[in-house]
Design a protein around this ligand. Sequence first.
Ligand code: GLU
Length: 287
Amino acid sequence: MTDFPIPVTRFAPSPSGYLHLGHAYSALLAYREAQKQKGVFLLRIEDIDITRCKDEYIDGIYEDLKWLGLEWPEPVLRQSEHFERYDQFLHVLEEADLVYPCFCTRKEIQAEIAKSPSAPHGPDGALYPGTCKYLDHAERKARVERGDSHAWRIHMDKAVKLAGSLTFKDRIHGEVKVEPETCGDVVLARKDVPTSYHLSVVIDDALQHVSLVVRGEDLLHATHIHRILQTLLGFPEPEYLHHELLTDENGKRFAKRDKSLTIKALRENGLSKEDVIRRLNVDIEKI
Ligand code: GLU
């Protein structure tokens, strides 16, 4: 038996398209970090967006990663099978009065924002103007009971006060001060699914004992939200590695819509896994 927990890294794609070179880079880096620390590399399927995620893409993920030579333990966690678990943790936040139901439609939010020319903006655009935050308890309760469709938002200022000052440690970006208030009252459970990316990723990383979160720097701002959620839910703090995003020869980021640069297309065009790994320049020990 060891006194030290085993290092765990993970690759957590959303199966809403085929993997491209950027995904392969992320997966290979996470795999390499697990190898370097004699740890475990996990694959997790983040398919909470049930309308956009397809089994065909999940099969593609398995095929591509296996072709690249990666291995991971089974069973693979599929988030769509754990909605109840996310709901339980949401309930913990509800009991602590750290979330509130939001009945607004997208249109209503936009109209509210348009009314105030100096509406505060965050990394994802204008912040939620707080319309439902100020509903009184009786009205809130009545609307939930009558079945009005609602999302759940974090009460960010309350959460920040409770959590106090936080940081996270990133292998590339160093020690980063957590400023979740810049993201506003983000949605933790959507109207159509009983969770959100932020809530489920934090819960699963904790329950799967992920010690190093490797992902692209486009998600750096999300980590501010994740750190506060970890603190509120009593989860441990993982280390982070937010890597640079790969771009094509025109400097454009790879996206799921770039069909020609999917791993599947490269494979079908006769590239070997060694060609891909060389192009990505990740020093894998052996695969
Ligand atoms: N599922 C997310 C995506 O495919 C990544 C989640 C993460 O690495 O935290 O963009």
